[in-house]
Design a protein around this ligand. Structure first.
Ligand SMILES: Cc1cc2nc3c(=O)[nH]c(=O)nc-3n(C[C@H](O)[C@H](O)[C@H](O)COP(=O)(O)OP(=O)(O)OC[C@H]3O[C@@H](n4cnc5c(N)ncnc54)[C@H](O)[C@@H]3O)c2cc1C
Length: 292
């Protein structure tokens, strides 16, 4: 049963930040789509005295893109809006593909991409993709704004770099460089469920369209936070990317994973999944880079 709370529903970012500042020393929680938070509240794991509902702040729901500034997504944009946005066709289709496999349509209609990231679940789908795309997160407090690289935002299981009084306001994704391909997939037993293991890979090729100029390999559900497999990236960087090199990168990535055993899979099984998925998704990213 959910314990009683005082419900506050600001309609502007300024009002929300003012309320957050006012209640920062009280037991409070921000709610956006509620698709993660309400589960915790129903289980009695979270029982805030003040619930600050930010879903009605329309100024934080938008998707914009241009060649210079790249892609900008307001934190309160729903998963479904990201999935369906024609803007994703301008080099960000991996975001749309990722969203299509996140939960059910009903959950995607309510849940927000910002709420998902702020929840800090290492199995969440958006974070690995955003890290592969080299995204930055804009965070606002009453007195100042700052940006945090997406890869530094999740600090531990369900713990993020947000300070008391701060809200995530925008996701910023740079325009993809020429000859860049990005792919993502998750392994899960029930379709649209959370990942057992996921991986996102972004490859940028040199002008010969064969040699890897840059690469990002990001693992999900394989460590306390979404994690770049930097040793695996080093296997590919500066070399001609072949199937056997991708296999080697997968093997190295599995040594960088730090998975848990749980009801979905053992740690050993997850490590095996990392090997297979990094090679497979790396192949897809490479194929896309060659055509980009
Ligand atoms: C049945 C089901 C299946 C699911 N399957 C998947 C799945 O396959 N993959 C996946 O990744 N997720 C999945 N989820 C999780 C879920 O969809 C997301 O985590 C959810 O969309 C979070 O967004 P929200 O807006 O609902 O956040 P909320 O639940 O409202 O908030 C989540 C957390 O973020 C904080 N928060 C929210 N917005 C902000 C903000 N702008 N600034 C600061 N803090 C903020 C809240 O205080 C809270 O701690 C599933 C959920 C359900 C119910």
């Amino acid at each position: 049963m959910i314990k009683d709370f005082e419900y506050l529903a600001p309609k502007t970012l300024k009002d929300a930040l003012t309320l957050l500042d006012k209640y920062k020393d009280e037991d409070h929680k921000v709610i956006a789509g509620g698709q993660s938070l309400l589960v915790l509240m129903r289980q009695g794991l979270v029982a805030p005295q003040y619930l600050i509902d930010i879903k009605g702040i329309s100024e934080l729901s938008y998707i914009k893109s241009d060649a210079k500034e790249g892609l900008k997504i307001g934190a309160l944009t729903t998963h479904r809006a990201v999935e369906k946005s024609p803007v994703m066709k301008n080099g960000y289709s991996v975001l749309s593909e990722m969203e299509k496999r996140l939960a059910s349509v009903q959950t995607r209609n309510w849940g927000t991409i910002g709420g998902n990231i702020c929840h800090g679940d290492p199995a969440g789908d958006p974070a690995p993709v955003l890290i592969a795309l080299n995204a930055t997160l804009k965070v606002a407090g009453l007195k100042a704004e700052r940006t945090v690289p997406a890869e530094d935002f999740t600090l531990d299981y369900f713990e993020t770099a947000l300070e008391p009084g701060e809200l995530l306001v925008e996701i910023q994704v740079p325009s993809p460089r020429p000859r860049t391909g990005t792919a993502y997939s998750k392994f899960n037993i029930i379709e649209s469920d959370m990942a057992t293991v996921s991986a996102a890979v972004s490859v940028t090729l040199k002008s010969d369209n064969k040699t890897c100029d840059d690469v990002r390999i990001v693992l999900g559900a394989a460590a306390p936070t979404p994690r770049r497999a930097k040793k695996a990236e080093a296997v590919l960087r500066g070399k001609e990317v072949t199937d056997s090199l991708l296999k080697e990168a997968g093997n190295v990535a599995s040594t960088e994973a730090e998975p848990l055993s749980d009801i979905a899979a053992s740690a050993e099984y997850r490590q095996e999944l990392v090997k297979v998925m990094v090679a497979r998704i790396g192949r897809e990213a490479l194929a896309r880079a060659k055509k980009a």
